[in-house]
Design a protein around this ligand. Structure first.
Ligand code: NDP
Ligand code: GDP
Length: 326
């Protein structure tokens, strides 16, 4: 039985990747950080009905010794580094923590592998945010990076260190330069989930407006379930490499909100209000990816449309609020 080790298993992608790997027959080991509320951990794994099927072990990305201990104990075949301080807006409030976890944390993981278990295959969760102030209207693996937030700068460090460890130490280290991917398990602080949750509350009479910041920003939004498949596919290749993962279609925040409201039978214009506090110190105006390399070399493509995803997210949030109300 193959062993996969996932950092960030309690997050959106960690949950979907766990489900995907369990279905493939893997033994899935997930690293969780110490919490005073350990009984509350694993909501997303519970949502997918797999909390009892994964092995959860203690460790923290900023604690190199925990990673060394885990790698030498478990010797996984594949390591997926999904853990991060992943929210761009927070990265201006906590730039050093973001650097330590999202940037240096990834290097800690690479070091732990190099020192104790260099034969493992490694996946780094790189981000389209690294393109930031995009230097081309459609971004692919050769588009220059221009990070616009502490989060993106930290991801860029982790990305180049992944490339460097591949070239320096011959590690099987790959990175997915993933464009935004969402789902009912997306953190509620991100705009798509903020929208689907807000629409659900309005539909159920629990709220009367939805506050948004820059509604003109555009993103290339796919479904997380599709993206975790590509992560696994990268680690099945003979040679490690970097791949853009994207749908090839951009939609504005306003456009996503209109889809979500329309699915609930509501008119977006009646509910959206502008909240200047939600604007960012530096904005990423537009991202649109070209995943031709992943299509050619991995045979991967994103299958779920943004309309289908918005509908799934709204339905899930309506169901959640109904359950909460008892
Ligand atoms: P989430 O924010 O949902 O999950 C982040 C995970 O990291 C959580 O499990 C969290 O644990 C864990 N974590 C945070 N800090 C630490 C730490 N110090 N030590 C160990 N674990 C830690 O992210 P997603 O699932 O959406 O994304 C997965 C990865 O992909 C992230 O690295 C993200 O930056 C990157 N990415 C995501 C994209 C997207 O659109 N979703 C796009 C491109 C890249 P806890 O539950 O305890 O907080
Ligand atoms: P990001 O691409 O990783 O920053 O993902 P987000 O979902 O956090 O933000 C996507 C875009 O939506 C950014 O351009 C934000 O400025 C914009 N946005 C507009 N209103 C909001 C809001 O209320 N919350 C969030 N999170 N983003 C918003």
């Amino acid at each position: 039985m193959k062993k996969a080790f996932i950092t960030g298993i309690t997050g959106q992608d960690g949950a979907y990747l766990s489900k995907f790997l369990l279905d493939k027959g893997y033994h899935v080991i997930g690293m969780i950080r110490r919490s005073a509320s350990s009984d509350m951990i694993g909501e997303r794994l519970r949502y997918l009905g797999i909390i009892g099927e994964v092995e959860l072990v203690d460790g923290d990305l900023i604690d190199l010794s925990s990673l060394v201990r885990l790698m030498s104990t478990y010797k996984p075949d594949e390591v997926y580094n999904l853990a991060a301080q992943s929210f761009v807006a927070t990265s201006w409030q906590q730039p050093l923590l973001t650097g330590a976890v999202t940037g240096t944390g990834a290097v800690n993981m690479l070091e732990a592998l190099r020192l104790t278990h260099p034969s493992a295959r490694f996946y780094q969760a790189s981000s389209s945010e690294m393109f930031g102030k995009a230097q081309a209207p459609v971004q692919n693996e050769s588009t220059p990076f221009y990070p616009r937030s502490p989060y993106a700068a930290a991801k860029l460090y982790a990305h180049w260190m992944t490339v460097n460890y591949r070239e320096s130490f011959d590690l099987h280290a790959s990175s997915g330069i993933a464009f935004n991917h969402e789902s009912p398990l997306r953190g509620v602080e991100f705009v798509t989930r903020h929208i689907s949750d807000g629409v659900a509350k309005i539909k159920l009479g629990l709220a009367s407006q939805l506050k948004l910041g820059n509604v003109n920003a555009t993103r290339d939004w796919g479904h997380a379930r599709d993206y975790v498949q590509a992560m696994w596919q990268m680690l099945q290749q003979d040679e490690p490499d970097d791949y853009v993962l994207a749908t090839g279609r951009a939609v504005s925040v306003q456009g996503f909100a209109e889809m979500a409201f329309a699915h609930a039978g509501l008119n977006a214009a009646d509910y959206i209000t502008h909240d200047p506090a939600r604007l960012r110190p530096a904005e990423v105006d537009a991202l649109l990816g070209d995943a031709a390399k992943a299509a050619q070399q991995l045979g991967w493509r994103a299958n779920v449309s943004v309309e289908e995803m918005a509908a799934e997210m709204v339905d899930a949030d309506i169901a959640r609020h109904r359950r909460k109300a008892g």
